[in-house]
Ligand binder design. Structure first.
Ligand code: C5P
Length: 209
């Protein structure tokens, strides 16, 4: 069974998806980490972030692996490095190239085919796994999303962080359409446990008795 969890930055996807996967005994797949890892590698190699074909070729040539809580690209552990503001600010410029998305989509589908998984991203219910058994679109008011991000990245400062979030929302907007059959959950006033419980309920309803 595939559970697709989409939505903007700070909506609670990672925390919810991780907790849900653990509760269900499913694999957890963070597709944002794949775009982040590629962005990190492109910066390392000095590949221009406007150059879609070079970025697509780099993606094609660079395997990404997940091992427990660690993400590696091209054999290098980038778990920490991909969470900095330098990556936050440019990841959407990398993710917008069709050449990059095509490679990522195919890899994500291969991972999805390996069995039960909770997959979080922006286009999982629409593009990567349109046949997902459960589709959820998480959202929250921007102010709350910015506050959540600030708790994770206190060194950036509230104003810079709010600006970064607004710019990333704008850039990601085309890829953030909820699937028409996604269940929408506004997490502004919900805690993690409430959201996980609701999605778990949706999963149980679809699981064969
Ligand atoms: O979820 P996270 O904030 O880590 O995602 C980082 C970026 O990767 C997003 O801002 C978006 O530009 C891109 N992304 C995407 N499609 C996905 C997952 C992430 O375009 N499925």
């Amino acid at each position: 069974m595939i559970v697709a969890i989409d939505g903007p930055a700070g909506a609670g996807k990672s925390t919810v998806a991780r907790a849900l996967a653990q509760r269900l005994g499913f694999r957890y797949l963070d597709t944002g980490a794949m775009y982040r890892a590629l962005t990190w590698l492109a910066l390392e190699h000095g590949v221009g972030l406007e150059d879609g074909s070079a970025l697509g070729a780099l993606a094609e040539a660079s395997p990404i692996t997940f091992d427990a809580d660690h993400v590696s690209i091209d054999g290098q552990d980038v778990t920490e490095a991909i969470r900095g503001p330098d990556i936050d600010r440019v990841v959407s410029s990398v993710a917008r190239h069709p050449e990059v998305r095509e490679v990522m989509r195919d890899r994500q589908r291969e991972l999805a085919e390996q069995g039960d998984a909770v997959i979080e991203g922006r286009d999982i219910g629409t593009v990567v796994c349109p046949g997902a058994d459960v589709k959820v679109y998480l959202n929250a008011e921007r102010q709350i999303r910015a506050e959540r991000r600030l708790a994770e990245r206190p060194e950036i400062g509230a104003d810079a962080l709010a600006t970064d979030l607004r710019l990333r929302d704008q850039s990601d907007a085309e890829r953030m359409m909820p699937a028409p059959d996604a269940v929408r959950i506004d997490t502004t006033e919900l805690d993690v446990e409430d959201v996980v419980g609701r999605i778990e309920q949706l999963v149980r309803e679809r699981q064969p008795a």
